[in-house]
Design a protein around this ligand. Sequence first.
Ligand code: HEM
Length: 155
Amino acid sequence: MPYLTAVVKETFRRHPPSHFLLSHAVAAEGAAVELGGYGVPAGVHVEFYTAWVTEDPAMWKEPGEFRPERFLEGGDGADVDLTGTRGVLKMMPFGAGRRICPAWSLGVLHVKLLLARMVHGFRWLPDPTSPPDPTETFAFTVVMKNPLKAVILPR
Ligand code: HEM
């Protein structure tokens, strides 16, 4: 289970379904909030492009690599959680704070359960005529540009 959890976390880091959060406005009445050294007045909307955080080589070793081991002990993601509330804030696939996705735990649970059932029940082999291609494209969320094709055999 720890490795499965690491695979799921690495998937949310390397291939987050959303690259940005919903638009959030500064709520403080009449006061500017300081953000990264800038004063942001009340009512002004701030957009967070969260994918840049997980692509930043200052935060992640070789961020372009899909490497679940980074979320195991000693890895550069070992202290990171998906809600951005524990350890260093290095990824937020569901947002963070009071406007975090209210279904974040449901989402994680479904992805883990689906993946566990898929690898428990079947062997997944690459389709020689169409190997897996991680290229992404923007739909409503970010999806695979070329859908996965595989040879699936019962275990
Ligand atoms: C893997 C699955 C999912 C991902 C990656 C995801 C991601 C997100 C993100 C990034 C936000 C924006 C947070 C922000 O603006 O700070 C959000 C908001 C939201 N999500 Fe999800 N979500 C997922 C599944 C779901 C599901 C299954 C539901 C409903 C059953 C849901 C309901 C919502 C709602 C209602 C909001 C708006 C919350 C607000 O504005 O206060 N999400 N989600």
